[in-house]
Design a protein around this ligand. Sequence first.
Ligand code: FMN
Ligand code: EPS
Length: 388
Amino acid sequence: MRYLTAGESHGKQQTTIIEGLPSNMPITQEDINESLLRRQKGHGRGKRMQIEKDLVDIVGGVRHGYTLGSPIALVVRNDDFKHWTDVMGEDPVAEDENIRRVVTRPRPGHADLNGAIKYGHRDMRNILERSSARETTARVAAGAVAKTLLKHLGIEIVGYVKEIAGIKAVDREDLSIKDRIEISEASPVRSLDEEAGKQMMDAIDKAKKDGDSIGGVCEVYVEGMPAGIGSYVHYDRKLDGRIAGAVQSINAFKGVEFGIGFEAARKNGSEVHDEILWSEEKGYYRRTNRLGGFEGGMTSGMPIVVKGVMKPIPTLYKPLQSVDIETKETFNASIERSDSCAVPAAAVVMEHVVAFEIAKAILEQFPNDQFPKLKKAIDQYRDEIRGF
Ligand SMILES: Cc1cc2nc3c(=O)[nH]c(=O)nc-3n(C[C@H](O)[C@H](O)[C@H](O)COP(=O)(O)O)c2cc1C
Ligand SMILES: C=C(O[C@@H]1CC(C(=O)O)=C[C@@H](OP(=O)(O)O)[C@H]1O)C(=O)O
């Protein structure tokens, strides 16, 4: 299974095409819309989120609520496009540079300058329209389809804010999936501890007031994965590696860790590795889950626990210095609108890119053109490994 996305931030729409999903899997628009609407929530977002109401149009690959086995095409329209028709519409390029809103001033922390050098564009709007995180709408749409597949296979996945600006949403690791789902309801910023939620919102408000931005840590938790998904035999079949790549590819993500992650560097082996146990009821399991559900590039059958670090939003009301590529003069980058914190939204994006990688690995391991047969194969595998 694979997917592609297309679309500019202020263009007509975001488009997603998914190929390789088996036939006869139940899926509805609501399954996808629920995810899209969750991505729009969260304290700290700018004015754009008040303009958009992301709803999917399934335009291919689904009929009467079931997948056909053909490519699935999904469209989410950009409501903001109506304000940008002169700049992003199909009319011949306007002569007036003000109408075209030509961008010659690269913003620090964005793709603007590197992208302009690479593609030879002197108008950096050609870069920023695509490098914008608006594209994560299309990725969440793809992930929502993958998440639906996982749900039908008894695999639950949830993404939530772990911390914002150093304030921990939850300071415990022993949370049930129900607790995690509660925290994940990203509006405005959730914690099981009301005080922590308030502190995170205050930190966002303060950053906004100061013309600054803040980042944080997101976590994704997956329950119900059987052991042995992924592979150790080749670097590009290691599922933890693929998940890390997908998480790192989210706009503004700067690092990924599984389980205790970087903490492992400061601990002895006896404090890191998870002892193996067996019971009739559960089959093989681990006494602890410090390695976050992976050994040897394969799932261990324990929950997958993966964290991603999001840097503070790069566009600031407090301007940063840059250089105009036409005049080579120094200027202070000023802005019209921006998010001051998008960590809650990014947690939803992360949940969905992880869902896609997991669903893809399952389909590689249990290839089947028909969903009911895939489900049977997974159920049989689960029975087999319990008594292995
Ligand atoms: C959900 C989401 C919303 C974002 N909103 C903004 C924003 O409003 N302003 C901004 O400057 N960057 C925003 N970003 C981050 C930029 O897209 C990102 O930093 C930029 O494209 C450069 O990519 P890099 O940080 O991965 O190198 C957002 C990222 C995410 C995931
Ligand atoms: C549109 C979304 O996020 C956008 C991501 C983004 C960026 O530079 O990444 C910049 C902002 O866009 P604009 O300049 O139009 O206000 C965000 O609103 C979205 O998440 O749907």
